[in-house]
Design a protein around this ligand. Structure first.
Ligand code: ATP
Length: 360
């Protein structure tokens, strides 16, 4: 029996509602599909606890503890008065990405039947692409600073960092992913305006592309790509983006595929040398937290991504099929999708469908 060690970390806000819901669906898949076991350990870390104790959100020794796990299922950070969102981000997600070399951020964007689209013309098959966001360099991880603080000449700078080695591994991951899908890779760049960092980015991607003659490589400037995602989403299969552009385009992608309630992501260390982290794209949603009405589909989708990463494709397929089925049937929908179901009702319907199978 294969055993996967999972750190379960709901964190703050609706993370505390959608992660337990996702865990129930994972347990259903474990029972129904068989052949593997999930050894889950709960971590009650949060911005709220950190505020009460005065300790950092991840307590001393926390990173070493997590290193012993195969994956982390993460809820949501932020939205806690007294802990600025950038501090919560820097102490958790951002720190995990660097500590565990999670150099890929994977954001599948697929419009499932039954989910209303913001694009009037879009059919579900039109919106089916994956955004691969470089996750440890680019514009977000670069050094920077301020000079002349408080003077009229106060100046801030923040460097864009692109390295050959990192770009190569991100490109290779993306070409392999495209090869397993519709064999089209879009390099999202801005080398027409940012001549140093982005020309290296383009060069490395083109070089790696020579190893993949069966994958069509296209180049889009990020502004044009944003427009095309709305006008002709069917042109995209895998989009390879730097950190900042990927951050922005993946929220656009999430909106096109049904909104934050259904968008999942993975922060991957593809080699499995350290734990990868899986999370719903949404934040802590303080406006609806504590009411039991958050959509658990994004967190459940993150659970399915996690199982796929761990090599449990049959269990991931079972969860994704069950989610698709429940959304298409329309009997259970949370408020963000125009229904009246609670978080638990939606999750339990999906779990039940996982156990029943999706045959009929
Ligand atoms: P944070 O400060 O943690 O980023 P936020 O409210 O700024 O929180 P999100 O949590 O991403 O950002 O929420 C944005 C909007 O989307 C909110 O109105 C929220 O209620 C809604 N939303 C987010 N996730 C869900 C969900 N799972 N189900 C229903 N609505 C959601």
């Amino acid at each position: 029996m294969r055993t996967h060690r999972i750190a379960v970390m709901p964190m703050d806000g609706i993370g505390r509602e959608v992660i337990p819901a996702a865990v129930r669906v994972l347990r259903a898949a474990e029972r129904a599909v068989g052949g593997f076991a999930l050894a889950m350990t709960d971590f009650d870390w949060s911005a709220r606890t950190s505020l009460e104790t005065g300790a950092p959100i991840v307590p001393p020794g926390g990173f070493d503890t997590l290193r012993g796990f195969d994956a982390i299922l993460f809820g949501a950070h932020g939205g806690t008065p007294g802990v600025p969102d950038d501090v919560a981000f820097a102490e958790t997600l951002f720190a995990f990405r660097l500590a565990f070399d999670e150099y890929i951020n994977l954001r599948p964007c697929k419009l499932l039947p039954g989910i209303p689209s913001v694009l009037a013309q879009a059919k579900p098959e039109d919106v089916d692409f994956v955004i691969v966001r470089e996750n440890v360099e680019g514009e977000l991880a670069g050094p920077g600073g301020r000079t002349g603080v408080g003077t009229p000449w106060e100046t801030a700078s923040q460097l864009t960092v692109i390295s050959r080695g990192n770009t190569e591994r991100v490109a290779r991951y993306s070409f392999n992913l495209a090869r397993s899908r519709r064999k089209r890779l879009a390099n999202i760049t801005k080398s027409n305006a940012m001549r140093h960092a982005y020309t290296l980015w383009d060069e490395v991607i083109a070089e790696v592309g020579k190893e993949y003659p069966d994958v069509q490589l296209d180049k889009f400037y990020v502004d044009a790509a944003a427009a095309r995602m709305v006008l002709r989403p069917q042109d995209f299969d895998v989009l390879l983006c730097t950190n900042l552009f990927g951050d922005i385009l993946s929220d656009l992608g999430a909106a096109l595929a049904g909104g934050l309630g259904v968008a999942a992501s993975g922060n991957l260390n593809p080699e499995g040398a350290a734990p990868s982290l899986f999370e719903p794209v949404h934040g802590s949603a303080p406006d609806i937290a504590g009411r039991g009405i958050a959509n658990p589909v994004a967190a459940i989708g993150a659970g399915a991504l996690m199982l796929r990463h761990l090599g449990e494709a049959a269990a991931a397929d079972a969860i994704e099929a069950a989610m698709g089925r429940i959304l298409r049937d329309g009997e259970f929908r949370t408020a963000d999708l125009g229904g009246g179901a609670t978080t638990d009702q939606m999750a339990d319907a999906i779990a039940k469908r996982v156990v029943q199978g999706n045959a009929e």
